[in-house]
Structure formats: C-alpha cells, structure tokens
Design a protein around this ligand. Sequence first.
Ligand SMILES: Nc1ncnc2c1ncn2[C@@H]1O[C@H](COP(=O)(O)OP(=O)(O)OP(=O)(O)O)[C@@H](O)[C@H]1O
Ligand SMILES: [Mg+2]
Length: 228
Amino acid sequence: MNDGEYVIQARDLVKTYTVGKRRVEALRGIDVSLAPGEFAVLLGPSGAGKTTTLNLVGCLDLPTSGDLTVAGHPISGNGARPTEAALDLLRRQHIGFIFADFNLLLTLTAMENVQVPLIWRDATAPGRARQLLERVGLAHRLTHRPDELSGGEMQRVAVARALINQPDLLLADEPTANLDTRTRDEILELLAELSTEGVAVLLATHDHELADRADTVLRIEDGVIADD
Ligand SMILES: Nc1ncnc2c1ncn2[C@@H]1O[C@H](COP(=O)(O)OP(=O)(O)OP(=O)(O)O)[C@@H](O)[C@H]1O
Ligand SMILES: [Mg+2]
C-alpha cells in the first residue's frame, strides 16, 4: 500500500441475498472510506447490515454492485474481477479479523493460535508470536490453551493472531459482546492504541458506549449508512 491511500474505499456498495424466491437487500448503497490509523465504529441494531459490510470490506464476499478498493487493490467495480486466490492472499497480507466468540482453536496453545494465519512459517514465527502476546499483555499465558484462559484473555490472543501478518486493517465484529464491561473497555483501549500505531480499525457493534472511543462513527440502519 502507498502512503496517503485509503485502506478502504467503498462507494455505493449494494449486497442483495436471495433466499428461495425472496430477495433481501442487506446493503442498499453504502459509502465507506477508512484512512490508515483511523478507528471507526460501525454502529447499528441487529440486522442493520454490519456483518455484511465487514464481509465485503474484508473480501470474504463480493458486493452485488458498487466500487470497492481494499489496501490499494480493486475488488469490485471498474472491471475488477479478482480470483479467489487473489482475495485469499489479500486477506492474509492486509487484514486481521476479530470475532465475538474469539474463534480460537481449542487444542492449540496461545502461541500456536497466534501463528495460525501465517503465510510463511519461518524460524522467526515463534519469536514474533511471543512478542505479540507480550504486546497484548499475555506474556504469562504463552502456553495456555483457550479453556485455561478468561474471555478477555482469549480475545487478546485473537487480537495478537489478527496482527501476526502486520495488517493494514483490523475488522472486529462485536469483539466485546461476550465480555464484561471492564474487559470490554480494556479490549477497546487496546484496539484504539493499535490504531494510533497506524492500523485502520473498523469495529461493528450495537453498543453505543463503544462509539465514544472512535475517531469516526458510521451509523447503519436497514442497509443504509446515515450521513452525519
Ligand atoms: N447469507 C445470508 N443470506 C440471506 N440473508 C442474509 C444473509 N446474511 C445476512 N442476511 C440478512 O441481511 C441483513 C443484514 O444482516 P447482517 O448479518 O449484516 O446484520 P448485522 O447488522 O450484522 O446484525 P447482528 O447485529 O444481528 O449481527 C439481515 O436482514 C439478514 O437477515
Ligand atoms: Mg452481525
């Protein structure tokens, strides 16, 4: 990615799902731009289109129509037709994902979980995993498995895992939904800190209290992002 470029540039994104004969208009023409180091909260009620938005900007799914560029790579619009392999590589090189239920592999230790997304698992991998776990405050939990960790600790492992490929973009879907308020605020603080170090963060939530910490709040309802 070149300096000064947006990490995400999306214009008029539409996503329509077809269920049987019914069409569900999950996104009805949304615009999103996210700059390096920006911490944006995508705020909206259940069914508003938050996860759908993250799936599109995370290149896990393609829009029905609209223009999308992620980390300088054209994904949709202007004749873009990325292959599955290209999308997979782009995700691995540029994007870290964080989920409500942590999605850790239960049989692996914290150190091993952090290394799962690595593209090249060379001799430096364990050292980098250790550094990231130290970075998120888990120096004392390196060899613990998920069932030996608290919810907040599991989410910290997930954050470290999301950082292992030095992403430009962190996408977090309700990352604090399963945490108490104190732990929620700690994870939020960690994500805010990472954004000040240059990572763009897009956090989807229905929790208004999370919006206070954001640089930008994108309010989504019924597949539309309101202009503020
Ligand atoms: N794979 C799918 N097939 C059909 N409809 C879908 C699909 N995924 C989402 N939808 C519909 O699209 C709309 C937006 O869903 P989405 O999951 O993006 O909402 P959300 O804001 O993430 O909600 P929540 O807060 O409950 O997670 C909803 O009406 C949902 O039922
Ligand atoms: Mg959702």
